[in-house]
Design a protein around this ligand. Structure first.
Ligand SMILES: Nc1ncnc2c1ncn2[C@@H]1O[C@H](COP(=O)(O)OP(=O)(O)OP(=O)(O)O)[C@@H](O)[C@H]1O
Ligand SMILES: [Mg+2]
Length: 480
């Protein structure tokens, strides 16, 4: 038993998984407990009641018998009083009375009582307490035997035997018990059936919700489950399901948008490649011409390659698949190295890159470098000639922030947030070829999300500022 209770052998779910079966079962078990308790107490009450009645019956006759004994004052009178003793039991069919003196019956009760008395010996039975005996025919008797001795009587004492047949009372109890058992079982079955009906009725709204959920498809993700019909208890659950559907719908739409974007973005370079190849193959060409075409194709292919690997990176990052390593990255050193890399392009355009501040963050060095590279390449590419590009590293109470600022024609507020979307490009600054894929800022956003940080853009009066920020919990102070 202990081993059973200890859990090793107890099945994981003792109750069934179906809610209605569970409710019906619990309801039936409780009904059974109530019925059993009620039946037991009813039976006990009946037993007490019957016993009480018989005890009183016997008690009153015993009193009468004692009274008769007391009134007798001579042997003659005893002989004359015998009919009065017989009268004691006259109105009660279950009652028997007998008088016995030294083995002689002065007044004989029923044979069964005589045999009980003779079998047990009258002296042993004498006493005021009623005791139950089973007679020869299987009937049950309660016996009280009162002994009496008069001073004038030299012989053995006279015993009065007062017997009550209680067989019927026992039978009544048995019948009552059977009736209780039958009606109890019927009651329990009826309650179980009712419980089943009530549960079915009560849980019907869940079925309706399930049927509604059944109708949700990829095309109808946005269609919420109706919350008004739902019972109060499951309204919270329906609301969460609806919110989940909404999120799924959003992801689904962005996925659809993504594949549409990819198809659109791939079409132009693929078309160009196709056209170039067809034109080149349309007639015989010199090897120089072939080489030239291959060069042009290589450029397109490189562009395609970059786009595909960028998209893969974003897709992985958005699925949280990219495992990022966390090392201390000194932002200033990274920014300086990258500024040096962009220096030739910047100085060709008369631009100056300045770096101020210092802080360290914990994260993936290659990814952080990639984020800063994307911001710096944008700044150098989109800032007008002969302007400054400023990189600032600041520490606030909660964040480490790296800002890249550059001058540029004003960008309308409404367009600012959209810059982080995939494949969004605005007209390039004059003199710069439109070679971007529009994925640079989307990658920056993915990297920052993976680091638990964020990227935002602010419009300045004559330019723009992009801010990368890492929460200080994940960032490390310079002193460390
Ligand atoms: N520092 C900036 N100053 C002005 N405009 C910017 C700046 N950074 C980005 N933009 C605008 O935002 C658009 C999106 O930038 P993003 O880096 O995502 O793509 P891209 O630079 O066009 O292509 P890619 O970076 O993939 O080569 C750019 O086309 C440009 O119009
Ligand atoms: Mg870019």
């Amino acid at each position: 038993m202990r081993a059973l209770l200890s859990g090793a052998h107890v099945p994981k779910a003792i109750l069934p998984h179906s809610l209605s079966t569970r409710l019906v079962l619990l309801f039936t078990v409780s009904t059974t407990i109530v019925f059993v308790l009620l039946g037991a107490s009813l039976q006990q009450m009946l037993r007490m009641e019957l016993k009480q009645r018989d005890v009183e019956e016997l008690g009153s006759r015993v009193k009468v018998v004692i009274h008769h004994f007391d009134e007798i004052s001579s042997p003659d009178e005893l002989q004359r009083s015998i009919p009065r003793f017989a009268d004691v039991a006259i109105e009660q069919a279950r009652m028997q009375i007998g008088l016995v003196q030294g083995g002689n019956w002065l007044l004989s009760p029923a044979r069964a009582v005589v045999s009980i008395v003779e079998h047990n010996g009258v002296a042993q039975l004498a006493g005021r307490e009623a005791v139950e005996y089973v007679g020869p025919m299987g009937r049950r008797w309660w016996l009280v035997i009162v002994a009496h001795q008069w001073r004038w009587n030299p012989g053995p004492p006279v015993h009065a035997v007062i017997a009550l047949d209680v067989t019927d009372a026992t039978n009544v109890q048995k019948h009552f018990q059977n009736a209780l058992l039958i009606s109890g079982v019927a009651g329990i079955l009826l309650m179980a059936a009712l419980a089943w009906l009530v549960t079915r009725q009560g849980l019907a709204p869940l079925g309706r919700i399930a049927a509604e959920a059944e109708r949700v498809t990829a095309q109808r993700l946005g269609q919420a489950l109706s919350i008004e019909d739902a019972p109060a208890e499951v309204r919270g659950m329906v609301a969460s399901i609806n919110r989940m559907l909404e999120r799924l719908g959003e992801s689904f739409r962005s996925l659809e948008q993504f594949s549409a974007d990819i198809a659109h973005e791939l079409r132009t370079p693929v078309n160009t490649l196709l056209l170039q190849t067809q034109v080149t193959l349309s007639r015989e060409r010199s090897s120089d011409e072939y080489r030239e075409t291959l060069h042009a194709s290589l450029e397109e292919l490189e562009h395609l390659h970059r786009m595909v690997s960028d998209m893969l990176f974003i897709a992985r990052a958005e699925r949280d698949m990219t495992q990022i390593t966390r090392e201390l990255v000194p932002l200033r050193a990274e920014a300086e190295a990258l500024a040096e890399y962009f220096e030739p392009l910047a100085s060709e355009r008369g631009q100056v890159i300045t770096i101020t501040g210092e802080a360290q963050v914990r994260g993936d060095r290659a990814m952080i470098r990639r984020a800063i590279t994307n911001l710096l390449s944008n700044a150098v590419r989109y800032a007008p000639r002969d302007t400054a590009v400023a990189v600032r590293i600041d520490r606030t109470a909660d964040n480490v922030v790296l800002t890249v600022e550059n001058r540029c024609p004003p960008i309308p507020e409404a367009e600012l947030e959209r810059l982080f979307d995939r494949f969004v490009r605005r007209g390039d600054a004059p003199g710069i070829a439109a070679e971007g894929t529009g994925l640079g800022l989307a990658i920056v956003r993915s990297i920052m999300t993976l680091h638990g940080g964020s990227v935002r853009v602010r419009a300045l009066p004559d330019g723009v500022a992009f801010e990368l920020s890492w929460p200080t919990a994940g960032a490390e102070m310079t002193e460390m």
